[in-house]
Structures are given as C-alpha cells and as structure tokens.
Design a protein around this ligand. Structure first.
Ligand SMILES: N[C@@H](CCC(=O)N[C@@H](CSO)C(=O)NCC(=O)O)C(=O)O
Length: 218
C-alpha cells in the first residue's frame, strides 16, 4: 500500500503554502482538508495537533507532524529520492535554518503586529520590518535563489509571504525597499509548485481588512 498523506490547512495560510510547495516539488500526492479557522476547528485538527491546534498538520500514514518548518524537513527526509529541499552540507543547512527562524520571528511576527495593530502606534515595528526584510534581501544577494542556483528550503519558506508584502505596505502605510526580493519572487512564480498555491494580493488584502474589523482595530 502506498503512503497515505493528508494535509490539514487553511487556504490563506502562508505556513500551509510552504507545505503545499514542498509536496509539489517532491511530487507527493495528498488529500487536502481545509479548516474553518475563523469558526470551528475540526475534531481531526484538535486530535492531530492538540498542543498548538494550528495548521498546517501533515498526517502521514495516520501519524501527525506539526509546525511548517519541521514538516518541510520531514518531507525532505521521507521523500529523499526526489529533489532535495535542504542543502546537504551541514553548514549550509544550519545557515538555511537560521534564516527561516529569523524570517518567522523578525519579519512575519513583526509584520503581523502591523497588520493586526493600530497603525499609528507602530513606528518601531514599521522600521524593524523594513530593516529586517533588507537583511533577508542581503542573504539572497545576487544569487537567483537563496540556496544558490536551485530553488530550495529557504525559498520555499519565504515565497509564501511574497504576496503579503503589498498588504504590509498598504495597511502599514510604509514602503518596503527590497527590489531584489521582488525579482526573486517573480522568478519563483515561474515554478508551477509556487504559482499554483500562492494567494493573490487582493485576496490577502481583503482577508486582512476583514480580520482587522473582526478584532476591532478598524
Ligand atoms: N509556527 C507555525 C505557525 C502556524 C500558524 O500560525 N497557523 C495559523 C494559520 S496561518 O497564520 C493557525 O493555524 N491559526 C489558528 C489559531 O491560531 O488558532 C507553523 O510554522 O506551522
């Protein structure tokens, strides 16, 4: 019997898109189950991820794996005969893990403070976001992809946020200065595994506007 793979997700979740891209790059077939995060989480989600109760959760032959970065590494190890996601060199692997951690904590979390917060009270966060995204752009440098000439782990981790940049700018009333990341994003979008799953900018913006009303900041 082949592998039974199920992905619990939410259509706009950048962390879920990471997993969809990785499974796409590996050519792994899976069943996708959309969670209604804004209303009631499914019993399956609560059973499979009782600690965080968040998506994505990858269920492989009945066994759940949570946290997108951990899921990416799991996928890379389990389906290792297809294109590798992580570098094989230990130092390059550590470098990739460092920058995904930086991105999650110093770009995504800072940006989330902005798009869920009172924008006129967030000058520090706005500066931080611009500066930290510049640091990510410096890691890319002149390379086509973060790992060099091939699309890999760090690209997969960051590209799902690409269509959120314009919403960061609109809601935060700020200007991101990352022309190389824009070029890189368009380059990644040429890959079917990316273009198939990345949200549209207008959908992201509509979601954030709705969410801000829901939590009473707008
Ligand atoms: N560190 C985790 C973050 C997952 C997450 O925040 N998932 C959100 C949807 S995307 O914003 C989620 O499931 N939220 C539901 C909740 O917070 O209850 C990862 O990398 O997988």
């Amino acid at each position: 019997m082949g592998d039974e793979v199920v992905l619990l997700g939410y259509h706009l979740s950048m962390f879920v898109v990471r997993v969809k891209i990785a499974l796409g790059e590996k050519g792994v077939k899976y069943e996708y189950k959309e969670e209604d995060l804004l209303n009631t989480k499914s019993a399956l989600l609560l059973q499979m991820n009782p600690v965080h109760k968040k998506v994505p959760v990858l269920i492989h032959n009945g066994k759940p794996i949570s946290e997108s970065r951990i899921i990416l590494e799991y996928i890379d190890e389990v389906w290792k005969d297809q294109t590798p996601l992580l570098p094989t060199d230990p130092y390059q692997k550590a470098h990739a893990r460092f920058w995904v951690d930086f991105f999650d904590n110093k770009v995504h979390e800072v940006a989330k403070k902005i798009w869920t917060g009172k924008v006129d009270e967030l000058e520090k966060e706005k500066k931080e976001l611009i500066e930290n995204l510049k640091k990510i752009e410096e890691v890319l440098g002149e390379k086509p992809y973060f790992g060099g000439n091939t699309f890999g782990f760090l690209d997969i981790a960051i590209i799902p946020f690409y269509k959120w940049f314009s919403t960061y700018e609109k809601v935060g009333n700020l200007k991101l200065e990352c022309p190389k990341l824009v070029e890189w994003g368009n380059r990644c979008l040429k890959r079917e595994s990316v273009s198939k799953f990345l949200s549209e900018e207008k959908d992201v913006y509509e979601f954030v506007k709705m969410y801000r009303k829901l939590i009473g900041v707008d």
